[in-house]
Design a protein around this ligand. Sequence first.
Ligand SMILES: C[S@@+](CC[C@H](N)C(=O)[O-])C[C@H]1O[C@@H](n2cnc3c(N)ncnc32)[C@H](O)[C@@H]1O
Length: 272
Amino acid sequence: MARLFTSVKIVIELSTVDVMKTNTQSKTTKNKNQDKLYSQPREAISSFVFDESVVKVFEDMIGRSVPGYATLLSMFPVLTHVFIQPDSRCYDLGCSLGAATLAIQQGIKVEGVEIIALDNSLAMVEKCQTLTSEHKSQAKVSVKLADICESEITNASLVVMNFTMQFVQKEAREPLINKIYSGLNTGGAFVLSEKIKCSNSREQDRLTALHHDFKKANGYSDLEISQKRSALENVLIAETVEQHVYRLKQAGFSEVLVWFQCFNFVSFLAIK
Ligand SMILES: C[S@@+](CC[C@H](N)C(=O)[O-])C[C@H]1O[C@@H](n2cnc3c(N)ncnc32)[C@H](O)[C@@H]1O
């Protein structure tokens, strides 16, 4: 019964967070932090990087570009509550501004947890340190500048990788997942959220069109959508659900499932 009450409390907290997020998003679309990076025609489109210009508009960019992003994040406290173990670590790999870290914090109701948030963009890490330090947390939060492919993962009960694997070199993905598996405690979970592609071309076209309609409904022009797509070419390498599931199972995870999907954005839950 005590567990039920805790769960209900989390859901109530989430509703507040969702309302706050929605308000924040509608405000940011009207202010200087609105993403207009690709609104003017560019002669040449360079490859997308997570630099200072992206950091300034990132909250608005991800909210208006990733369908289901706020809903997905709002479930992290629930997942955290289920999988977090006392005296263990929680990793947020490719943390950007720490949105997942902040959501995970809300689900931690046990003692001795440390959240380690890693990113290899200095501009992201600096802003993430400021933002996360503004929130009180039962867990210790350490935000570090690091390449997740080179970092140690130990004593983990939860590892979250929210839309970051797609930016990791393809050949580095298998060793990274194997390292995550090794670093997780038995019963621990890996949450992997990704933009996916479909092996069926009709499904691929349908989901791509729906994603573009989502972006247009959020105020992006056709020019912005097409220039951003060019910038992400060869930078964001999406894989199919089957490829992800196969790799996770190969690593040894005993349970692998899709727990969330919105158009071509999917989140996997892999349990050790
Ligand atoms: C789409 S963003 C992640 C969004 C974030 N997880 C969230 O939920 O809001 C991808 C992030 O991964 C970081 N990144 C990409 N490759 C990385 C690597 N090898 N090591 C560390 N961070 C990486 C980028 O700098 C960027 O901040």
